[in-house]
Design a protein around this ligand. Structure first.
Ligand code: FAQ
Length: 307
């Protein structure tokens, strides 16, 4: 039935059903999904570094336990996502090789430093907040294994966002120094968080096709707008300012007008010129090399089982 396969694929997508690994799919659909899911998985794994930086310096035992659990969740997300990518016929080992030799990307956001404890709050509130806005629609993406992985990931991201919000709330209701530290972290993380949604729609190379295939359900700019609108209200409750003098409600659009992030900076960071790109990649490569003995042992053990 090979000749009918493209019709079948189009019908599944049109009917909002799920494409499964056994189904015929266009080669470009498969390639796009591998790129996006692998980039997403790598982001989860590299994203452990900026927060891992504060595990040993969290202000209380309780904060430390919470942060440790959060960073472990990111490792779990990476694993579900690598597993989802593997259903498309690639090997996790291949994907990790592509990350460590720079052929595949990870999110721009993880190339910024975590300078103070308040950054852990700002990452939770803004970065996980942006991740949720981007990922909730991915629970309805046309590729079954990716959509299903996203459901659990989004539940855990909600807890992550809440813990970041709570850190910032505590700091902003603490001493003037603590409040200033919270404000400084929000000032530094706001625009990089807006940039996480990718280039503006006019410059987004993959959006049109990914939306036609129902991998993406909304454009980069639509999701960015949704994120801004969500943050304004929450910033008010936190008692913190979003660092944009032109941020204001537009009654006609029923949305906030806001200043766009610097997309040239986004492109520089994506190309490897962000403040921490080299450090993040060096750390990841070292961890990969240090783990070589585990992979060798697992391989030897697997071979023994076959004898
Ligand atoms: N960083 O045509 P588009 C997390 C690239 S959340 C780096 O618009 P697309 C949770 C893009 O790959 C972060 N590269 O691309 C967490 C493409 O390059 P290529 C991860 C970016 O795919 C929190 C080019 O620019 N989340 O980890 C970025 O249609 C705290 C043109 O762009 C996901 O990955 C960027 N920000 O839309 C963990 C979500 N933006 O490949 C730890 C899934 C764009 O042609 C701690 N991904 N590029 O060379 C997506 O939804 C999409 O891939 C977008 C980009 C929306 C990111």
């Amino acid at each position: 039935h090979q000749t009918e396969a493209p019709d079948h694929f189009d019908a599944i997508v049109a009917a909002d059903q799920k494409v499964e690994p056994r189904d015929w799919m266009p080669e470009a659909y498969r390639k796009t999904l591998i790129r996006q899911i692998a980039q997403h998985a790598h982001s989860e794994i590299i994203g452990m570094q900026p927060e891992g930086n504060w595990i040993s310096r969290a202000p209380t035992l309780k904060r430390k336990a919470i942060l440790l659990a959060k960073v472990q969740d990111e490792a779990g997300h990476g694993l579900y996502l690598y597993a989802a990518a593997e259903t498309l016929g690639v090997d996790r080992e291949e994907l990790v090789e592509m990350l460590v030799d720079g052929r595949q990307k990870y999110s721009s956001i993880f190339n910024y430093p975590t300078l103070t404890w308040a950054d852990i709050g700002a990452i939770g509130w803004l970065v996980d907040g942006a991740a949720i806005v981007n990922q909730v629609p991915l629970c309805r993406c046309s590729y079954g294994p990716y959509a299903r992985a996203m459901i659990r990931i989004c539940k855990e991201e909600s807890f992550h966002q809440r813990q970041g919000y709570e850190i910032l709330h505590t700091l902003s209701h603490g001493t003037p120094e603590q409040k200033a530290m919270a404000q400084d972290a929000v000032n530094r993380w706001w625009y990089p968080s807006l940039a996480m949604f990718g280039p503006p729609d006019g410059d987004s190379t993959h959006s049109e096709r990914s939306m036609a295939w129902k991998i993406k359900r909304f454009s980069n700019d639509e999701l960015r707008q949704r994120f801004v609108d969500m943050c304004v209200q929450q910033a008010g409750v936190l008692g913190l300012r979003l660092p944009d003098p032109d941020l204001r409600w537009n009654e006609e659009r029923r949305a906030h007008d806001y200043t766009q992030p610097d997309y040239d900076e986004l492109m520089r960071v994506i190309k490897g010129e962000g403040p921490c790109n080299r450090q993040r990649m060096a750390h990841r490569r070292r961890a990969h090399e240090d783990g070589a003995w585990v992979r060798e042992a697992a391989r030897a053990y697997a071979e023994k089982q076959h004898v």
